[in-house]
Every structure is written in structure tokens, then in C-alpha cells.
Write a protein that binds this ligand. Sequence first.
Ligand code: F6R
Length: 627
Amino acid sequence: MCGIFGAVVREGDVTPAILDGLALLEYRGYDSAGIAVFTSRGMERRRRVGKLEILRNALAKEGFGGPATIGVGHTRWATHGGVTEANAHPHSDSKDELVLVHNGIIENYLDLRGDLITKGHQFLSSTDSEVLAHAIEDRLQTIERGGARQHPDISALEEAVMSAARAARGTYAIVVLHKRYPDRIIVARQDSPVVIGIGRGAAFVASDVPALLRHTRSVYYLRDGEVATLTTEGVGVRTLDGKVVSYRPQEIAWDAAATDRRGYPHYMLKEIEEQPDAIAQTAFDRLDDENGDVRFEDFDVSDEKLKSAQRIQIIACGTSLHAGFVGKFLIEEFAGLPVECDYASEFRYRTPLPSKDVIAIGISQSGETMDTLKGLGQARERGAAILDICNVKGSSIPRMSDATIYTHAGPEIGVASTKAFTCQLVALYLLAIRMGRARGRLSRDDGRELLLSLRKLRPRLDALFNDAARESVRALAKKYQGSRDFLFLGRGLNYPIALEGALKLKEISYIHAEGYPAGEMKHGPIAMIDATLPVVVIATRGRDRDKTLNQLEQVRARGGRVIVICNAGDADARRLGDDLIEVPATSDHLAPIVNVIPLQRLAYEIAVCRNLSPDNPRNLAKSVTVE
Ligand code: F6R
């Protein structure tokens, strides 16, 4: 979680760049923010509880004592220690010579801290992170006082960072600066994402690529157990035990403009509105219309492998898991393969079963979600082949997979996932077709028909992106913003959409909401229905519609207030709903993509009506890189 941005430049002032970089990473945490730079006055640090804006205002009133060519900043998502200024990063050592920011969790921090206290170190915070600053200070002192050097070809600071990192157990991305080594930034990583940006006469480090794009598109994703030294002359990488790593930076295709709000009041709204294009980018270059098949770029999975698979295991979290639930329906139907779909956090701790002939598919927007990463690692140990669907090139999950299908949603910055989700649905639709074709379960004509439906989807989406559609959801939001609870019902492929509608609303409006399979309602939740409970029922035309309308009758009979999602001109659905959201018609298989869009919008508009910030919901972080 936590956002990190650091920079070393030949000339100029890094402070504005660090603040702007942190602004693009604030989705990772906003409990507190801090920055440390080296100016002519020495190490200067400011930290504030709350959002970055508060830190910015503090700096506007009382800035640093001059420009700085090196510095680091951090936005925190608290794990150990409350939300206080003392617990905010950067942390420093006893002499205020070293500063450190950390993302992750140091599991053995109490042991390390105990040893350091015995040696006279005093701790000012209750975080696990501060222990690393003192551990590095301790080792640096030993080395500088003439202690035996293991790697005399690197500076004492690098060696001290390596030694402290080797002693730490847990997960970390750390960035270290030291007053006596003012030309360099040291970065180390274990199981927490961190990306190095390589510029001309400048180097950068950030938790995620979008923050780097204003400075460079040439990046290197530091790998577990590596330490990087950033100077204005370039970037050197070694392993924790000092071996030189020869690395190749990769060029990122996203442009910096994609990370701006482009006039929208919130990233979430911008990202909702970007969906028609994102879906097109994810789908259309991959369609082999002639053969009714799909061609994924750089996807080295043979037809034999797909044919011999006995089972699919989907592993994901949150919104990505909801995409997985839709994927289960699609793969079972198109490819005739049994699919299990699990919360990654549950899967990784279940009894291991041998998984030969199993293909595990991880789904993740960020590619860094710890539970998904570890769940896939478990699946690999049990013998499964690993595929993934991911939005961030070069992130950890694609790096550990046998093959990746990238969603081309562009950077998603709003904490609540929107465009990444609909692109995941598209990717799963395509993958299910590819599997069905490889396994001979779909004919060429079947494949062609499915691809044609997808081609027709794009123009139909326009009906969800005009002023009337926007206004009708806004009006509903105004009407229902005061509700205490919501229930979302859907059947079949729309059941995961009910889950997703409820998750979106909970996340950003803090209204309690539940998603339920429509047919299951009578087994319990029906007891909750009364005139104060809005029930959103997804009842678009298709194989499940009539049954869903029956359930809707049951809600009405108990005085429930029903908002129906239905296709234009559906008189029955109209009759049964107190309020309607009309959506364009499409096939059963693509209906989830269409139906989720107004639910995302409803959650967004309700949050706005309640004066909440949809981009930074409380307690949440976009990229969950801790357990
Ligand atoms: C919900 C949301 C989260 C993520 C989940 C997995 O709006 O964003 O539930 O979907 O944390 O994240 P990724 O997809 O990055 O693995």
C-alpha cells in the first residue's frame, strides 16, 4: 500500500516533483504524508497527518531552506502504529542523518527493535518501519568504524542497507537517503512493488509507474532481493549479497496525459467515462474474425496445453474476483472445463492438493496484490500452470506467470476499480473463446458469432454515456443517498455484478450493501425487506430474466423499493420497478459489462451527494501489497 516517490537530479529542485509524484500515488494511502530533502541547511523533513494537501499547504507556508537536488516522499496507509505525525514517514536515524521510507510489513521488527534498544537506540514512533532506519544506522557505524567490509567496491551506505535488509523478515520496498552520501538514493525490495525511473541526468523511484511518466518512460521494476543505487550518473543494481545484476530497462507505452484528470472532478468519473475506449483497446486488435478465434500477443500457451487441462482455478481479490466469477461461467460454457474461483486470501491457506493439469488464472489490475501473488505461488508449487490477466505491464504477477493477457485499460488511479473491471470481463470473454476453440468445443461459426456480439457491443455502449443516461443515475443517487442499506440482486452471469454493485457502493459511500444471488434471497435476506431498503435488481433480457422478475415480485409483495436494471422497452420490468435504469441490449455473456456501468455510476454519484471523496475512500488503498 503506501506511496513512495524519490528523485535525484543534477539541477533544479526536486520538492515540486516529489509532491506531484505523491499526488499520483495518493490512491495507495492517505493517512499521512511526508517528505525529506537535503538542502544547503542539511536534512529537512516535513510530515503531516491526513492527505497530501495538508502537507502541501504546510510547505506553502513554511517551505524548505532552498532548492534540493535529492529527496523522497511517502503517503502512508497505516499498518503498525496509529495515524500520527510521529508514525508518518520518512523516518530518521538517531542523528537525523539518514531518512527512510518503507512500504510493507517488517515481521520481526520487535526482535530487531529490542536489540537496537539494548545498543542505545531510541525510537520515536510505534511503526515497524523505523527499525530499518536504526538498523542501517547501526550497521553503517560498524562499517565506518573499520568493521570488515564484504563489498569494498560499493559505498558503506549500500553495504549497510544490504546488511539491514538481510536481517529483516517480511515485506518491504525501502528508499534510503543519507546526509553523508548526498549524491545517491538506495532502494531495496522484497515482496513490495517499487519501480526505478531512469532519466537524463536524473533518476527516480516510485511505487507505481504513473508517477514516473512525467519524467521518463524508461523504467526498471526492481525484483525481490535486489538493491538499486540511483545517482544522476545512472542506476546500479545488485543482489542483497552484493552480486552485480545486469538489468534492462523497459519502455512504458502509457503517456503522461493518461494520468491527468483531464478536467473531470474525480479520477473515478474519468475512468468510468473511459470505458468504451478501454474496452475497445482490450478487445479489437485480438479478434481473428475470419477464424472465429482470438490471438493474444506474446501469449505462449499451446492448444495442446489448453486441451489437456482438466480444471481451471481462478485466484483474485475484490473486484478482480468478481470478474473471475463471471469468467467461471464463460469458461465452463465455452470451453467445457470445470472452473473454481477463489478468494486469493482463502486459497493460499487451504490444504494443498496436487494440481497437475490445472491452469491457475490470476486476475489483478495492479499485478501487485500480495494475496493473489502468493496464491498463484501456491498453485505453482502444487503443479499448476500459471496464467494471469493484468493491467500493469512488468508488475509482479505477470513476471511470475507463464503467460499474461494484458487489459489495455490504461492507468487506473481511482481507488475503486471501474475500467479495469470491464476490461477484465472482456479479457475473460476472449480467453474463454480461445479455450473453447482450442478444445474444439466451439466451432468456427460459434466463435464468429461470439466475436460479432463483441464488435456490436462498442456502439451500443454509447447509450450509457449520454447526458440523459448520466442524469437519470444522478437523480436516483439524489433520491437514495440517505439510505442506510442497499441490496443488490442478480442471477447467473449477473450475480457477480450484484456483488460488484454492492462493493462499489460500500467502498466509496460507506453505505452498507449486500450483493446476493436473486434466487437465494428467499433463504434469508428477504427478512430485511421493508419500505426503507432499496433493492437493485439486475433483470436485463436473457435466460435468467423471467426468474429474476419472479424474485422481484417477491420483493414488491413485501413493500420493498425496487430499482430495476432492464433493457429499454421492457414493459414487465417497468411495471415492477419503482425506479428504472435502462441499459442497451446485448448477449447474455456480455450483459455483465453493460450492467455494471450504471452501478459504478450510481455508487459514484451517491458518494458525491454525500460529500465524500470517491477517489480516496477512507481506510482503503488501491494496491494491497500487504497480507
Ligand atoms: C475494488 C477494488 C479492490 C481490488 C482488489 C484487487 O474497487 O479496487 O477490491 O479489486 O484489491 O486488486 P487488484 O485487481 O489490483 O489485484
